[in-house]
Ligand binder design. Sequence first.
Ligand SMILES: *Cc1c(COP(=O)(O)O)cnc(C)c1O
Length: 358
Amino acid sequence: MQFDVKPSTNPVPEAERTALIAQPSFGSVFTDHMVMIRHTAEGGWQTPLLTARAPIPMDPASSVLHYAQEIFEGMKAYRIADGSTVLFRPEANAARFRQSAARMAMPDLPPELFVRGVEELVRQDRAWIPTMPGGSLYLRPFMIATEAFLGVRPAREHLFMVIASPVGAYFSGKTEAVTLWVSQTYTRAARGGTGAAKCGGNYAAGLLAQAEATRNECQQVVFLDAAEGRWIEELGGMNVFFVRRDGSLITPPLGTILPGITRDSIMTLARDMGMSVTEQPYAFEQWRADAEGGEVVEAFACGTAATVAPIGRVKFEGGSFEMQSGATAGLVTETLRRALFDIQFGRVADQRGWVHRV
Ligand SMILES: *Cc1c(COP(=O)(O)O)cnc(C)c1O
């Protein structure tokens, strides 16, 4: 697997880069390079290219522009205590990318090629990793259907790419708790749909719900199931956990939700610490009753972009309730958040093979 490497002849000057990575807001600053691998039904995956980041010329009939054949991943490269650069469970992202591709009738990208593409970009743009606490290089691998064809069938030409963006903390205000909006108008996934695939279309369909949340002064939406409008699924881009008074955890089961790698890691860490974790349907009305009755004392959202975000307040049409932990992270949330960070930033030994050196 030989990468064709064509470094930028016009990279951002060092002083400018240093200023750009000092205070990055999420996803608005990009590094000097990108990875591109084209695929055709006849020729398979073509020679991978690492090149200067630039706009991509596209035919206006490209399938992705009309029928949304698009999938993506989100992962981070960290500079750890010993000065090396690491990825967190990139094989898990590669495996999920495969699942998403299969669901969207897109070609199968071998996991080694996915990981190698990400590694190549991280190596090339290592200097863009922010040095402030909690800073990282957010990586966005994605695939689009590029065939110029308006007929409705799986496309025969695709493009896989990786771009990178230096990021700080996702929510301003660090571990301050977020306020959530429970949407009773919109849903994100139904049985047989694309809820478990990381595809752009899910996000497009969730934007109005997110706008509804913003209008109600909430940072994120909680989606309920499409069939009964009763069971908690997840947030627009994060999974969710509830902490009972006895310290045990509940999280909604897989199926129509996105199988988060952070979700999986949190479950593993919690169980290794002796906490009980159950994946079970949990109704919104139950959450409200449990929060008000002191049975559920903490809740948090988790995902690569925001890591672990404590939930402080929950609003919905006609009311609201608060978590006992209030405006900060509760004890269990903080314990798990720290345990995850300690592994990701190399502050404790990695016993599970999660940390992948670049
Ligand atoms: C990416 C994503 C998550 C979180 O997944 P991680 O692997 O933990 O980053 C959760 N929900 C949705 C809808 C997502 O797209």
